[in-house]
Design a protein around this ligand. Structure first.
Ligand code: FE2
Ligand code: FE2
Length: 171
């Protein structure tokens, strides 16, 4: 096995966190979709797909490293929301937490002097910068629009702030 038991366990937990994020974003997309806000819905469906891709990227890494995949239980998503701002704030909080978790994985890889794992995790470190920036932009756009979410719909239609994931990075 190319990684320590400690890193194997932590990555399995991370797979759970990525799937949990995926499910949470599908829940948020559903809230917008049911409210006839297709651009906001599409944004979160895309994010949900991206998180699924992240989970699979970790899963493939465990296989390649000769480690065991043990997907943990995923807790229930939040599905009742009072505003778009609440949704964007929740997403930003999620991304902040995921960034902390990725840093924790890197801490283990550094402690283990595992350069293969560090190289693999670097992709996620860079990805989190993009994710945090994207969610900050969405939150700011929603706040600026105030009570009229059609401004946000128009903004997203003209400036997709998260490009559709091609999945090409996942291989
Ligand atoms: Fe992710
Ligand atoms: Fe993310």
């Amino acid at each position: 096995m190319l990684i320590s038991k400690e890193l194997e366990n932590a990555i399995n937990q991370q797979i759970g966190a990525e799937f949990a994020a995926s499910f949470q974003y599908v829940s948020i997309a559903s809230y917008f979709d049911a409210d006839d806000l297709p651009q906001l819905a599409a944004f979160f469906y895309r994010q949900g797909n991206e998180e699924h891709m992240h989970a699979m990227k970790f899963q493939h890494f465990l296989i390649d490293a000769g480690a065991q995949v043990r997907i943990p239980a995923i807790s229930e998503t939040k599905y009742d929301f009072n505003s778009a701002e609440e949704c964007a704030q929740l997403a930003l909080d999620w991304e902040t937490e995921v960034t902390r978790l990725i840093n924790g994985l890197m801490d283990i890889a550094v402690k283990d002097r595992n350069y293969i794992a560090q190289q693999f995790l670097n992709w996620f470190v860079t990805e989190q910068l993009e994710e945090i920036a994207t969610m900050n932009t969405l939150l700011n756009t929603i706040r600026r629009a105030g009570s009229n979410l059609l401004w946000v719909e128009d903004y997203l239609a003209r400036n997709p702030i998260a490009a559709p994931s091609t999945g090409a990075e996942a291989a």
